[in-house]
Design a protein around this ligand. Structure first.
Ligand SMILES: [Zn+2]
Length: 316
């Protein structure tokens, strides 16, 4: 237990929890629950809603905040129910409507920047630095379709943190595990600074279901077990995730109408056409082909697509 555990003024006594809004400078506020366990242990940070349209993660965070009994855990759990509340309420995908930026590409953030930069900095300084382990709950966004998968960081100085994250990732009930080399996502940024971190993807297309949230909660509880915060041992999923070492993230080169030629989980061959873009008059203006034999991990399901936004992801 920690007598003086304090996150932005939220300081529950051992065996108690507090839920309240935390103010991010002059920019916005975030709903946060701080759970201070009755026993001594690690600090687990959980964030959801960095992308406001990814509902399963947000619902999972809220249910866990209500259901976890601080009297029965060791250590602390800090839950940010929804980072990007402006996007959540306005039903905006990807970006923060406050500045048009994708917060997940802004870490470790900038206190002198725009709303998204400041939010990223605030999370880094006041939340991530106090964590021993970090779980970032995502999903397919409002126009995205994907199977459950986990991103595991593979870049960083601290090999022990990377190893811990890799081990923990095996306890996530996912179809795929992507070894990520990105550096600006919330969980990558943490891994680079030596805190084991994972990003989870579950659900999408602007929906959430009881089953998805139950599965998501099992993932988080399994990580709590892995960290020794509860008595039970972690349970490996029945089927281990397929590990993908190399992933291609294709962004649209222009505005137009998007047509995917392959669905998620589908195997594609090198040179196979995987999607194309027509202009609004119906003329094909761009085609995309697979660079290597791969499995499709993600597709955009909206007809409308804008330059620079993701259309399809595949890996091997
Ligand atoms: Zn996301």
């Amino acid at each position: 237990m920690k007598q003086d555990f304090n996150i932005c003024g939220l300081s529950p006594a051992p065996g108690e929890k507090i839920s309240d809004y935390v103010q991010v400078g002059q920019v916005c506020s975030m709903p946060v629950t701080v759970i201070n366990g009755a026993g001594r242990g690690k600090t687990l940070l959980i964030t959801a809603g960095i992308h406001g349209g990814e509902y399963p993660g947000i619902q999972t965070a809220t249910e866990l905040a209500q259901e976890i009994d601080p009297g029965k855990i060791r250590g602390q759990i800090v839950i940010v129910h929804c980072v990007n509340t402006a996007a959540f309420y306005q039903r905006v995908s990807y970006i923060s409507p406050l500045d048009g930026k994708n917060i997940n590409r802004l870490f470790p953030g900038d206190a002198g920047g725009s709303a998204g930069d400041q939010t990223a900095r605030f999370l880094t300084e006041n939340f991530q630095k106090k964590a021993d382990f970090y779980l970032d709950l995502h999903g397919g966004d409002i126009h995205e379709k994907l199977p459950p998968y986990v991103y595991c960081p593979s870049v960083g100085e601290d090999k022990r943190a990377l190893e811990t994250a890799r081990k923990a990732a095996e306890y996530i009930n996912a179809e795929y595990m992507v070894m990520s080399t990105a550096t600006t996502g919330a969980y990558n940024s943490r891994a680079i600074l030596g805190i084991p971190s994972l990003l989870l993807e579950r659900g999408g297309q602007g929906q959430w279901s009881r089953r998805q949230v139950d599965r998501y909660k099992e993932d988080v509880i399994n990580i709590m077990r892995f960290l020794g915060m509860v008595d039970e041992k972690p349970v490996l999923p029945q089927k281990p995730a397929v590990v993908l070492q190399e992933v291609v993230y294709l962004d649209s080169d222009l505005d137009g109408c998007w047509y995917a030629c392959a669905d998620i989980r589908e195997k594609v061959e090198k040179g196979q056409r995987i999607g194309y873009i027509r202009d609004i008059f119906g003329n094909v203006i761009k085609e995309y082909y697979a660079e290597f034999d791969a499995v499709v991990l993600y597709v955009a399901t909206s007809l409308a697509i804008t330059k620079g936004t993701r259309i399809i992801t595949y890996g091997r």
